[in-house]
Design a protein. Structure first.
Length: 102
C-alpha cells in the first residue's frame, strides 16, 4: 500500500483518522503521531512510496520534507529484516526471563 506520494507538484502522506479512515494530507502538515503511524506501517506491512524527484516537487517545503522522509524510509525498508532481528534479540532475554512456562 502507498503511504507517501507526489501529486500536483506537492508531497502527500496517508494519515489515519480517528474513525479508522485514511486521508491524503499535504506533507508539511505531518506531526509526531503521523510519523509513528508511518513507521509502524513501514515495519509491519508492505510500504510503498513515490520515488523522490526534485524536478516535480515545486513547493520547497514539500521538497525538503519529502526528500528527508523518503531517504529515511528507504533506509528503514532496506534494513527492515535486520532491524526486526535486532529488536527481537534485544528483548529476547527479558521475554524468556518473564515468560511463564507452559
Amino acid at each position: 500500500m502507498k503511504y507517501l506520494k507526489i501529486e500536483d507538484n506537492r508531497g502527500f502522506f496517508l494519515r489515519k483518522e480517528e474513525d479508522g479512515s485514511q486521508t491524503w494530507i499535504e506533507i508539511d502538515q505531518i506531526c509526531k503521531e503521523d510519523l509513528f503511524y508511518l513507521l509502524n506501517k513501514a515495519i509491519s506491512e508492505d510500504f510503498e512510496m513515490d520515488e523522490f524527484n526534485e524536478d516535480i516537487l515545486s513547493n520547497k517545503a514539500h521538497l525538503i520534507i519529502y526528500k528527508n522522509l523518503y531517504e529515511k524510509f528507504s533506509d528503514l525498508l532496506t534494513n527492515k529484516t535486520r532491524f526486526k532481528d535486532e529488536s527481537e534479540s534485544l528483548y529476547k532475554v527479558a521475554i524468556e526471563k518473564y515468560s511463564t512456562p507452559e
